[in-house]
Design a binder for this molecule. Structure first.
Ligand code: ASP
Ligand code: MG
Length: 805
């Protein structure tokens, strides 16, 4: 035979109740032998409790009570006069006395289950099923601890068997859950949510083949699905695992429920009433143990109590005093942690007990505080516990690192000496983020990366398109779910915590709202977004100020903007310090040579101890084009320059390229990679603009380009045979110290046959000279400018960051 248990929500009038009836009828018609245990219907228990409380407070509850009666009857022709009159008398009495006790309360709440079981039996009979109401007070015997009575096993066992033996064959008993009676026959209850327990006791006594627990959820999940959208159903759990989970707050699975099942190893299946054909979760004896992590559970509403003091070291009996004092105050202690240095002890109690615990300890240790052996008792309120059930310490690095990366710093970590699980105590506000982070890490659900893109210029726009295009593939191949949650220009933003769709992006101008960086950060936090990367594809000087707050709030940084790396060294250093402190990354490969893997290579060489002795190259695509073309042609300089302007190779005002500052900045960035602390002012830059053209408007400048011609003709004429002109950045000198390093940007003539001389089009080239490579530098060459390659480079940095996570 099987025992079926239905919870209150399943038994609510309407669809729930109908479904329950059809589940029962189907089974009976199939010839299955079943017994059914029911909870009170819908919210009956809560309603009875509240009416009782309000009656005691002298309130008039007659309207509520008639509403209650109407709901329970639900238009059926059934005799509930006995239960209703019990309730009426209790409410009258309680309202007269202004008080009630647990015994009265049990009698009140019990009516909910009685009404429910009678009702279900009645409807089944009406539909031709031979159902019998079974009042568990007739056979479950408990002590007299009203409200949470303990079962007397032997007596209950015997009486239950006798009681069930009287049913003629083919009868379906509909049994009240939750309730029992003491030896005097007075009504008791087994504790809130106790119907599950009632059902497993019955399954054990009747030696059922299976206990089917019909609930309003699909089964047991890897984590609370309200907190973790990726949570999955666990198909099968061993009794031990279920027990661990139950101890950590999985509410449908109270620890008490499992225990009666252990004796006869009766499998328990958690099912959804509304999806009765789904398999749900099966809890049974471990077969071949699946092992590993099974689930993550969360406990809220705890407080951390810390007793600290230097005089505790080696003292015997301190812990005993702590727990005695707490026991006397009726306070139950959860996780406990004490370091071997015995400088203090920390433990968890429920929030509501926190102050009581503090007072109890302050009282107990009053004289020790006086003698300075104990410095005091402190509280960290509003903490929560995330428990990873099945976690083995050998693999704890993954969830732990994921937490730290996402700035959830545990207050305390605990691995129980019994059972396989690790619990992490954290601030309550971090709970949703923490469960998601750990869950994603453990169950290898696609890792979601949240991107915030600042800047909607050509590079920004191209990047966004590249991301939209590559996303599906990255999800498939690398199991990474890349979402852009915000796109911002300097004043407005479009934010969507679920991720911005290409359609939203197209509608940027209609969806955008004004923003401040602090608001954007707050929004990101409010949605508990993890794995955050901020991408700066602006050229804004002001924006760089946001780097520090972004890092401090959990963002890694990717930047195509050169400012942060070229303003004063103190900022450079501060930013790096903050990054280290918050364990965040900052990548900016596109600062020099666009997407070419230059900075990455230099970093790798430098960090591996290779002595870089010189870096020289053509850093600017624009100036590369200009001199490559000029050297190879007889046309005047102004004509080539005009061509560069017309082809869009230059900045709107070409003087920004020609002044050499951009090359100077790039050279500085590379120097700083080698730990040189130079400032921009120390870069010697040969300005390519004749002094007479440096001032004045852009228009005026553009109209006087011819003035370049004689100057550059002369330079060309003077250059030795077989050479060409190249505008180079050169980091040389003794690079072991800032003072002896030379940073030069200048126009030089190099042999046509040299690497630099061979460069064509708008390519960039970099020669990295090192001690090991000697006279033959490492050469990196290719397109060093352009929106597509720069965006690709930024994208590469994003993927590098993800790869390191
Ligand atoms: N009706 C009781 C309660 O709500 C018992 C149960 O539903 O399990 O606590
Ligand atoms: Mg680069």
């Amino acid at each position: 035979m099987k025992v079926l248990k239905f919870g209150g929500k399943s038994l609510a009038n309407g669809k729930g109740l109908e479904t329950v009836l059809s589940i029962i009828i189907d089974k009976v018609k199939q010839g299955q032998e079943i017994a059914v245990v029911v909870s009170a219907r819908d919210k009956a228990t809560d309603q009875l409790e509240s009416m009782l409380e309000r009656a005691a407070g002298g309130e008039d509850i007659s309207d509520d009570f008639s509403g209650f009666k109407q709901y329970q009857l639900a238009g059926e022709d059934i005799d509930f006069s006995e239960e209703f009159s019990v309730l009426q008398r209790i409410f009258d009495g309680v309202s007269l006395l202004g008080d009630y006790n647990d015994k009265i309360k049990d009698n009140t709440l019990a009516q909910g289950e009685v009404l429910s079981a009678k009702y279900v039996a009645h409807l089944l009979r009406k539909r031709g099923i031979q159902a019998a109401f079974a009042d568990s007070r007739q056979f479950y015997v408990t002590n007299s601890l009203f409200g949470n009575a303990q079962l007397q096993e032997e007596a209950s066992h015997r009486r239950t068997l006798d009681y069930f033996a009287q049913f003629p064959k083919g009868t379906t008993p509909i049994v009240t859950g939750f309730i029992a009676a003491n030896e005097l026959g007075q009504t008791t209850t087994l504790g809130r949510n106790g119907s599950n327990y009632s059902a497993s006791i019955l399954a054990n006594i009747l030696n059922a083949e299976e206990l089917q627990n019909y609930t309003h959820v699909d089964g047991i999940f890897t984590a609370n699905p309200e907190l973790v959208t990726d949570a999955k159903i666990i198909e099968r759990l061993s009794f031990e695992e279920a027990n661990e989970l139950a101890n950590f707050g999985t509410s449908i699975l109270h620890a008490k429920t499992i225990i009666p099942l252990l004796e006869n190893k009766i499998p328990l299946r958690i099912l959804n009433t509304f999806k009765p054909n789904d398999a749900g979760t099966l809890i049974c004896e471990a077969q071949d143990s699946i092992g590993g992590i099974r689930a993550i559970s969360v406990l809220e509403n705890y407080a951390l109590v810390i007793l600290e003091g230097r005089g505790l070291l080696g003292k015997v009996g301190v812990d005993a005093r702590i727990f005695r004092a707490l026991a006397q105050a009726q306070i139950s202690v959860s996780i406990i942690s004490q370091g071997s240095s015995e400088r203090g002890i920390g433990f968890l109690v429920t929030n509501k007990d926190a102050h009581k615990a503090k007072q109890a300890l302050e009282k107990e240790f009053e004289s020790d505080v006086y003698s300075h052996d104990v410095s005091g008792v402190s509280l960290v309120e509003e903490v929560g516990v995330v428990s990873i059930v099945g976690q083995n310490l050998a693999d704890f690095d993954k969830p732990y690192n994921a937490l730290i990366r996402n700035q959830v710093i545990p207050l305390l970590i605990n691995n129980s000496a019994t059972g396989r699980n690790v619990s992490v105590v954290i601030h309550k506000k971090d709970l949703p983020k923490a469960v998601n982070v750990i869950h994603g890490e453990i169950f290898q659900i696609s890792k979601r990366i949240n991107l915030v893109i600042f800047g909607r210029g050509t590079v920004g726009g191209t990047l966004i398109e590249q991301i939209f295009q590559a996303r599906a593939d990255i999800l498939k191949r690398r199991n990474i779910n890349l979402q852009i949650v915000a796109i911002a220009n300097s004043k407005e933003v479009v934010f969507n915590h679920k991720g911005i769709s290409p359609a939203d992006y197209t509608a940027f101008d209609t969806l955008k709202v004004p923003y401040q960086i602090s608001e954007l950060i707050a929004q990101v936090q409010q949605h508990h977004l993890e794995n955050l990367i901020a991408i700066d594809v602006t050229a804004s000087k002001a924006f760089v100020e946001n780097y520090l707050p972004l890092v401090e709030n959990g963002f890694d940084l990717v930047s195509a903007n050169k400012i942060a790396n070229t303003i004063g060294y103190p900022f450079y250093k501060k930013l790096r310090g903050t990054l280290t402190q918050y364990k965040k990354q900052y990548l900016y490969e596109t600062n020099v040579g666009a997407g070419l893997p230059l900075i990455d290579t230099i970093k790798l060489l430098h960090h591996s101890g290779e002595n870089i002795t010189r870096i020289r190259g053509i850093f600017s695509g624009t100036l590369s084009f200009l001199f490559n073309t000029y050297s190879a042609s007889d046309a005047p300089f102004s004509e080539i320059l005009q061509k560069a302007i017309d082809s869009g190779y230059t900045e709107p005002d070409p003087r920004e390229d020609l002044c050499g500052n951009d090359v100077g900045r790039k050279l500085l960035i590379l120097a700083r990679e080698l730990d040189l602390e130079n400032e921009f002012e120390e870069v010697s830059i040969e300005n390519l603009i004749p002094p007479t053209l440096r001032e004045g408007s852009r228009e005026e400048f553009l109209s006087r380009l011819k003035e370049f011609d004689p100057i550059y003709q002369e330079i060309k004429d003077k250059a030795p045979q077989g050479t060409v002109l190249r505008y180079v950045g050169d980091l040389h000198g003794d690079l072991s110290q800032t003072a002896t390093a030379r940073l030069e940007v200048k126009l030089v003539s190099v042999p046509v046959t040299s690497a630099l001389g061979q460069v064509k089009g708008a390519d960039s080239i970099f020669e990295i000279y090192t001690e090991s490579y000697g006279e033959n530098p490492i050469v990196i060459q290719g397109a060093g400018a352009g929106a597509a390659v720069t965006a690709r480079g930024v994208f590469g940095d994003i993927l590098r960051i993800i790869g390191n996570k």
